[in-house]
Design a protein around this ligand. Structure first.
Ligand SMILES: Nc1ncnc2c1ncn2[C@@H]1O[C@H](COP(=O)(O)OP(=O)(O)O)[C@@H](O)[C@H]1O
Ligand SMILES: [Mg+2]
Length: 1013
């Protein structure tokens, strides 16, 4: 702040004055004011002087400079106060309020607008549509309310003629989500009459000057305010640039647009205009006494206009103006004609009431639109509220009536609250907490408030009493009663009690010594204004209007006239109740004060009227405020709360202290920061003298918060990860157990099934294997192999060694034929050397044995693999009988007719393969290297057509296996062969009638004619 506020601008906070005297205070105020520094603090209270000129203090850049700053970091400003209230609300989730007080024209309404602008500008960074809408309505509502509730007075050209308290609701993120406006005591008598130089409410002039000709004709109006009784007084005055305001013409459009944006329907806006016009017409109605039929309306056309504009029957309007319905004893209704005076009174009462209801309807309509919707505290968190109070300031006029009385009473109440919160409570707390303290005297206005609002004897109670008494109670009698009750009250006087005082008139005036000065009130009209009565006929008339908007303003017109109703509360009591509620509401919030000062009466810039200002400073109690503040402390907090907020800034207190008491912990914390000198320790609270200390603490807290957030995040993430991990582990454990379970069940099942496997002769051949879990598939495969081996072993081990060769041959045959030949003589005993057998070769076995002997000597073979008679066919298509001998060395073709002479010998390793058919025939083609294949059919066996092909294939294949080479065995019903390069096919044809198998050739193809099937 120092760089922006040099010493030449005086002290930015009155607390910094060297001496607290009125002179010093005024000097500082004036110095700052003349240098354009209209704002000055007293601690957290802002003193504002109306500059009456545009100053370059506002707007987006200025707002940005104050946003997020502490109160004293920048020069004093409304924005700083708004920001402080906003931050207090966000930081501590506390409701706050900003109370703006000061005289009429001191700048309260302007201040409240700046505050609203600030709040609107700094909220809703995420641009949520709903929040934008709420902000829009909040900002636009001011302009509409001003049109209907403000008027030009001698003190302020845009004077608020109603009190306004606006609540703004925020969600937990600090964005506005709704609002509510309370309005207080509209000065409705202004509708009828205004002081010289003043005007009626802006709305009337805006309508007359702003709306287009067509519309004006519809409303039966002329564009001249001087033509209407209610606007004649201020007809010559327009609002203009000199006031920093829009002209009536322009305002009309602006207000209409604002109403549209807020959400008023075009019909509603039209209704509002019609109601305003009706009021103007109503004001021009005059009554005359006629000879023949008593009272009459001077200009009947006006009644028609009113009826049309209010959408009510014309004759009913006329009847309501001229007479009233009275319920006499026996529920009988009689009509009682008015006198001229009564009729005029009724007309005025009606005009006032219509305007008031219109105003209240506008406020309620705006409230309906701004109401926070669909909020559920459990889901959305608690709403917080900032209240802004802009209420009429203290008023002293040459003649003061009931309205001034109420307004000044209101100011007394607010002053009382200010005293309580700022002066009294503070001092009492210092005492309670045992802080050394020099008491500061201040003016306590409790007696004045008592004088007004005390039950039974207070001025309002006496006034109510006068209103409720039947019979002709006059204002004079009311005054006398006051005199008797308050004869000795130090703040009350009247001419009766003080005969020498010529400033008051006998039987008419009384005076109250307000905190802000003496005000003389004229009692005339007090009873009437307090009673605020309106004949029931009007209420019913307007309730029955066919205009829904107007009808909605008069719900009480529904009552039947004969219904005996309780006397409605008087205006005074209603006002008192609303004030009590307001003060209670404000007291429950954390208050921020803006004290507005009006520098001069003439609304001119750069002039500070010393006496006027001194007076205001005096009655606002600003000097006392400075004194208390200087002696006092900027902040206080209970020790536990202080620790909770700042404990992270000190190693002894984070995360929890081990010291004897919270107080000791706080002391340790402050020691570490070196802030001991700026605080005082109360019994239960810590008092901090300067805001700077608080800011130092806040700043170090703000530095640590991200670290703590990280810590919490870390811990939480860790927890989440651990949870996840534990869950995963559980999953794996379950999976493991399940797998084990499956494996166990499988193994148990396997064991159960294979119990029977040892049983001969099948050795578990037909056992079915259980379906294994996937993981055990390889295991099962291995097992299967093992089992097969074992089973084979069981089968093989009983076979005598002499049969082994035969078994091996059979196995080889089975492998070589691969199941392609159905019948291959497996069941038979394989004798192999059939030509040596007497049974098989009865005639020539001896000859064959001799030949075998000589061949063994010659070729030295080891064993005979196979021998048989065969029928062969050669490449010249010649079929012959021959014999086939297969030793472990050679394949011989022998001639049985010539003692088995060798016709051809082929080394066995030149035999590369065999081809057989799938049938029962005994055809075999022996493929030899050199493409000289041998095509034969085994025959002349015992028994005939014995099936020996399998045996030939088996022994040869087994022998080749033993030698480590493979024999190619083909099974085909049409065998290709090659004889010395000639390619042929050979197939089999069954011929049951054929005695012996034989070959036939046709077209290069051999066919074996086979006697069997
Ligand atoms: N901060 C300001 N800057 C410029 N002019 C101001 C400022 N505050 C008040 N005024 C002027 O003073 C007039 C009266 O202010 P207003 O807020 O209506 O007074 P109040 O509400 O206290 O009766 C405004 O119309 C405006 O011309
Ligand atoms: Mg105002």
């Amino acid at each position: 702040m120092e760089d922006e506020e040099g010493p030449e601008y005086g002290k930015p906070d009155f607390v910094l004055l060297d001496q607290v005297t009125m002179e010093d205070f005024m000097r500082n105020l004036q110095l700052r004011f003349l240098k354009g520094r209209i704002y000055t603090y007293i601690g957290e209270v802002l003193v504002s002087v109306n500059p009456y000129q545009e100053l370059p203090l506002y707007g987006p850049e200025a707002i940005a400079r104050y946003q997020g700053r502490e109160l004293y970091e920048r020069p004093p400003h409304l924005y700083a106060v708004a920001n402080a209230a906003y931050r207090a609300m966000k930081r501590r989730a506390r409701d706050t309020c900003i109370v703006i007080s000061g005289e009429s024209g001191a700048g309260k309404t302007e201040a409240s607008k700046h505050i609203m602008q600030y709040i609107a500008a700094v909220t809703n960074p995420s641009q949520r549509a709903e929040v934008e809408r709420v902000k829009d309505v909040l900002l636009k509502s001011t302009c509409v309310l001003e049109a209907f509730g403000n008027a030009r007075t001698n003190r302020n050209h845009n004077s608020s003629r109603f009190g306004k308290y606006m609540d703004i609701n925020f969600d937990f993120k600090g964005d506005p989500i709704g609002g509510h406006i309370h309005s207080y005591l509209l000065e409705k008598s202004r509708v009828l009459k205004q002081h010289v130089g003043e005007r009626n409410f802006h709305a009337f002039y805006q309508l007359l000057r702003g709306c287009d000709d067509q519309k004006l004709r519809e409303l039966h109006l002329e564009r001249n305010p001087a033509l209407y009784n209610f606007t004649r007084q201020g007809a010559g005055l327009n609002m203009g640039v000199s006031d920093g305001l829009d002209s009536d013409e322009r305002s009309h459009g602006v207000v209409k647009e604002a109403m549209r944006v807020i959400g008023f329907s075009p019909e509603e806006v039209h209704s509002v205009h019609r109601i305003l016009a009706a009021i103007l017409h109503l004001g021009n109605i005059e009554f005359v006494e006629t000879e023949e039929n008593g009272l009459a309306v001077a200009e009947e056309a006006l009644v028609g206009h009113v009826a049309e504009l209010t959408a009510t029957p014309r004759d009913l309007v006329l009847r309501c103006l001229l007479a009233r319905t009275v319920a006499s004893g026996g529920r009988e209704l009689i009509e009682k004609g008015h006198t001229v005076a009564e009729a005029s009174y009724a007309r005025d009462a009606c005009a006032k009431a219509v305007y008031q209801r219109l105003f209240e309807w506008v406020v309620n309509r705006i409230n309906g639109i701004m109401e926070p919707r669909g909020r559920d505290p459990r889901r959305d968190g608690k709403d917080t509220v900032i209240g802004v109070l802009d209420i009429y300031g203290f008023e002293v006029f040459p003649v003061n009536s009931f309205e001034q009385f109420c307004i000044n009473y209101c100011n007394e109440k607010l002053q009382q609250l200010f005293i309580q919160l700022i002066l009294k409570q503070e001092q009492e707390e210092y005492q309670r907490e045992g802080i050394a303290w020099q008491s500061v005297d201040y003016f306590n206005n409790d007696p004045i408030v008592e004088l007004v609002e005390r039950p039974h004897r207070g001025i309002l109670a006496v006034l109510d009493e006068a209103c409720s008494t039947a019979g002709p109670i006059t204002d004079g009698i009311f005054l006398q009663t006051l005199d008797t009750h308050h004869r000795h009250h130090p703040h009350y006087s009247s001419r009766q009690l003080c005969p020498t005082d010529k400033t008051m008139e006998f039987g008419r005036d009384f005076r109250i010594k307000h905190y802000a000065g003496n005000v003389t009130y004229c009692v005339e009209g007090f009873i009437d204004k307090n009673r605020d009565s309106l004949f029931q006929d009007f209420k019913r008339l307007l309730y029955n209007s066919s205009d829904p908007t107007l009808r909605a303003m008069w719900p009480d017109g529904q009552q039947d006239i004969t219904e005996v109703t309780k006397r409605p509360l008087t205006a005074g009591t209603l006002f008192k109740n609303s004030m009590v509620a307001l003060v209670e509401n404000l007291a429950s919030k954390e208050p921020f004060y803006v004290r507005c000062i009006k520098p001069n009466e003439d609304k001119v810039p750069k002039r500070l009227d010393q006496d006027r200002c001194r007076h205001q400073v005096e009655y606002l109690g600003l000097l006392e405020n400075v004194r208390v503040r200087r002696a006092g402390f900027a902040s206080r907090q209970p020790y536990p709360r202080f620790l909770l907020r700042y404990k992270m800034t000190c190693e002894y207190t984070w995360p929890n202290h081990l010291l004897g008491s919270d107080r000791a912990a706080v002391s340790a914390l402050l020691d570490q920061h070196g802030l001991q000198g700026d605080v005082a320790f109360g019994h239960s609270k810590l008092f901090i003298r300067s805001p700077r200390t608080l800011v130092t603490l806040e700043q170090s807290r703000a530095r640590l918060i991200p670290i703590i957030v990280l810590l919490l995040q870390k811990a939480w993430r860790g927890t989440l990860a651990r949870w996840h991990c534990r869950r995963l582990r559980a999953v794996y454990t379950i999976m493991r157990c399940f797998r084990r379970h499956k494996v166990r069940t499988y193994l148990a099942e396997l064991q159960r099934r294979f119990q029977a496997a040892r049983q001969p002769p099948l050795y578990g051949r037909d056992l079915e294997w259980p379906l294994p879990p996937a993981v055990l598939q390889p295991f099962q495969d291995t097992c299967h192999v093992l089992f097969c081996r074992w089973r084979a072993r069981q089968l093989v081990k009983n076979i005598p060694p002499s049969d082994m060769a035969q078994i091996k041959a059979k196995v080889a045959a089975m492998g070589a034929l691969q199941g392609l030949r159905q019948d291959w003589g497996c069941q038979r005993a394989w004798a192999q050397d059939y030509l040596s057998s007497g049974a098989d070769n009865p005639g020539a076995s001896g000859l064959f044995a001799q030949r075998l002997k000589s061949l063994r000597e010659k070729d030295g073979f080891g064993a005979v693999l196979f021998s048989s008679h065969v029928r062969k066919v050669n490449r010249f298509h010649k079929s012959r009988d021959r014999a086939l001998l297969l030793t472990d060395r050679h394949l011989y073709k022998l001639e049985p007719g010539r003692q088995y002479r060798v016709m051809r010998a082929v080394p066995l390793d030149a035999v590369t393969g065999l081809s057989v058919t799938s049938g029962r025939d005994q055809l075999v083609v022996l493929h030899a290297r050199g493409q000289d294949d041998l095509v034969v059919c085994l025959h002349r066996s015992q028994p005939p057509l014995d099936n020996r092909i399998g045996e030939l294939v088996g022994v040869l294949a087994a022998h080749c296996q033993g030698e480590g080479r493979t024999l190619e065995v083909r099974v085909s019903d049409c065998v290709p062969l090659s004889q010395r390069g000639v390619r042929r096919l050979v197939s089999v044809e069954p011929r049951p009638e054929q005695p012996e198998p034989d070959f036939r050739c046709s077209r290069g193809k051999f066919t074996l004619l086979w006697p069997g099937r």
